[in-house]
Design a protein around this ligand. Structure first.
Ligand code: GLU
Length: 270
């Protein structure tokens, strides 16, 4: 069956997840402001077309870690939690400034796994997110890393984004990452690795392709993206993974740039 590109323009509601490697400069931990501007221009364009966008952003730990740069080792859990608290403020400020330039409001929403698991808290979160969209404040969501302990954390924003997309009945989840999508093998190790444009079933072969490749600051990798894809496919919405490091990353997907689309079970080629 021929692969069909996901149509972002026909989605009523989209959740877009931004990976740490996109929002934070790997060497300095600075927020990549000019890139963020182009992402927000994309988001604003979607709203202008009558679509709604929720953003799930990583990067708090990546941005805040640079306060600990004198430590020549990886951060302990409590240091990461502190880094997240520092980085989260900067992150939200950057999103707010960028959205404000387009006369959009924004709202920070911090969730933990426990919020999603508990029915009351989950429904509260859903109502609040719906209200935010109604009043035109773009929800910018992250995990509450400072309070999330091992038992209650989602741990990666790929799954958190899928859970949020499910919560608000989004039609499409876009995971913007530092890779074009799912490859048949690790493209860094094998130049002959091919991009898989479409997945309709997560078979053991697909799982084997994901391997295990967490980034420097992000918690994810292809394994958690596949977990997110399972949530999406079961819940009945499309998910797409695409490289987001260039300017206007959502427009690039709309123009047919490289990506992997995960087609939900109960959907035709659409
Ligand atoms: N919540 C983490 C942060 O803001 C990122 C988790 C992830 O990379 O998936 O730094």
């Amino acid at each position: 069956m021929a692969a069909s590109a996901v149509q972002l323009s026909s989605a009523r509601r989209l959740t877009v997840k931004i990976g740490s490697a996109l929002i934070a400069d790997a060497d300095t931990g600075e927020i990549r402001g000019p890139w963020l501007e182009t992402l927000i221009e994309d988001v604003v364009r979607f709203f202008a077309r009558g679509q709604q966008v929720l953003i799930v952003t990583s990067g708090a730990v990546a941005v805040g870690s640079y306060h600990f740069k004198q430590l020549d080792r990886s951060l302990r859990i409590e240091e990461k939690q502190a880094a997240a608290a520092i980085g989260q403020v900067r992150l939200m400020f950057a999103y707010e400034q960028s959205l404000k330039r387009h006369r959009f409001g924004m709202a920070q929403v911090l969730l933990t796994g426990a919020d999603i698991d508990d029915q009351h808290r989950r429904l509260n979160a859903r109502s609040a997110l719906q209200q935010l969209l109604k009043v035109g404040a773009v929800p910018v969501i992250n995990e509450n890393d400072t309070t999330a302990t091992a038992e209650i954390c989602v741990g990666d924003n790929d799954r958190l984004a899928a859970q949020v997309a499910q919560l608000v009945n989004a039609d499409v989840l876009v995971l913007l990452s530092n890779v074009d999508g799912l490859f048949t093998e690790d493209p860094h190790k094998n130049p002959l690795a091919r991009l898989v444009p479409e997945v309709r079933c997560i078979t053991p072969e697909i799982e084997a392709m994901a391997g295990h490749s967490p980034g420097r600051h992000g918690a994810g990798g292809m394994v958690t993206k596949l977990m997110a894809a399972r949530i999406a496919m079961d819940a009945g919405f499309d998910m797409v993974i695409a490289k987001g490091n260039k300017s206007y990353p959502l427009a690039a997907i709309e123009k047919g740039g490289p990506s992997t689309r995960f087609v939900p079970l109960a959907k035709d080629s659409g």
